[in-house]
Design a protein around this ligand. Structure first.
Ligand code: PPS
Length: 304
């Protein structure tokens, strides 16, 4: 993104906070809803790779790993542009003159790496028609909630999350941008065997990044040397990504992401929910979780 666009964006963003709308009951930024038919009609290409997640599940991390795999561990090539430019977010429309994810995607040469937070029922059908490979990353709901709370505090485009206690109820009710965590993970989980979907877990990636990188390499049909694999692991580590302006979002002005409120790469751990949930909230959450996940053979780890 060039400095002029950023400055112009900054001027716009002082006035604009994304209004929220809905598509088929899923809360989405109004600008996304306004061009929904265009987004839904997005034309995927056969060799696209899509990273799909519920927000805060490890999207940026996974994007970076996949791109580093495609670049065979070459960090310079992977740092050719900020992560939000090289991996277009197809369901986000930014104020003009910023390019939308759709426009950025059109401009990219194949093979394209794309990002979405859409629940599966809203995914543009061309991804299935073209049999695109999808990497879905899921993260336990408690840590997602905490990460999203801090993200909504710092992301000046998204609704203010209010107090932690308020946010706890809002999140559980699915009244956050991109909707319910439960619907999202369950929808994608049930579809995992019907399409080319690699279903991954943030907790597994934290536990053993190399094991998960190897899974990705295999899924993508690549063959990397041990040296290249080590480079992928090193350059996608939390510390490296936090220090890298191409992955830490520091190229965005503070009227968009105010990282003095909370950094984008905040903690990068499993179990930070324990520092936020009260005992009562934890009981309430576990009861709701049991109800919502009943009959779903999907297990998350909330601590390692
Ligand atoms: S977004 O805005 O939805 O695209 O956010 P997303 O990238 O999905 O999630 C951000 C959280 O992922 C953490 N993160 C990492 N963890 C471990 N290792 C690496 N390399 C890494 N990169 C990003 C990031 O810190 C956010 O989690 P929290 O818990 O807030 O720290």
């Amino acid at each position: 993104m060039d400095p002029e666009s950023l400055e112009s964006l900054a001027n716009h963003m002082e006035k604009i906070q994304f209004a929220m709308g809905q598509v088929k009951g899923v809360p989405l930024p109004q600008d996304t809803c306004d061009v929904w038919d265009t987004i839904y009609g997005f034309q995927a290409r056969e060799d696209d790779i899509l990273v799909a997640t519920y927000p805060k599940a490890g999207t940026t991390w996974t994007q970076e790993i996949v791109d580093l795999i495609l670049q065979e561990g070459d960090a310079e090539k992977a740092s050719r542009a900020p992560c939000f430019v090289k991996v277009p977010f197809i369901d986000l429309i930014l104020p003009k003159p910023m390019k939308s994810g759709l426009e950025l995607a059109e401009e990219l040469k194949s093979p394209r790496l794309l990002k979405t937070h859409l629940p599966i029922e809203l995914l543009p059908p061309s991804f299935w028609e073209k049999n695109v490979k999808v990497v879905y990353v899921a993260r336990n709901a408690k840590d997602c909630m905490v990460s999203y709370f801090h993200f909504q505090r710092m992301n000046q485009g998204l609704p203010d999350p209010g107090s932690w206690n308020d946010y706890f109820s809002t999140f559980l009710a699915g009244q956050v941008p991109w909707g319910s965590w439960f619907d999202h993970v369950i929808g994608w989980w049930k579809a995992r065997d019907k399409h080319q979907i690699l279903f991954m877990f943030y907790e597994d990636m934290i536990e053993d990044p190399m094991r998960e990188i190897r899974k990705l390499v295999k899924f993508l049909g690549r063959d990397l040397s041990e040296e290249a694999l080590e480079k992928v692991k090193h350059h996608s580590s939390f510390q490296e990504m936090k220090a890298n302006p191409m992955t830490n979002f520091s190229t965005l002005p503070s009227v968009v992401f105010d990282q003095s409120v909370s950094p984008f790469l905040r903690k990068g751990t499993v179990g930070d929910w324990k520092n936020h949930f009260s005992v009562a909230q934890n009981i309430l959450f576990d009861e709701e979780y049991k109800k919502r996940m009943e009959g779903v053979d999907l297990t998350f780890r909330t601590e390692l």
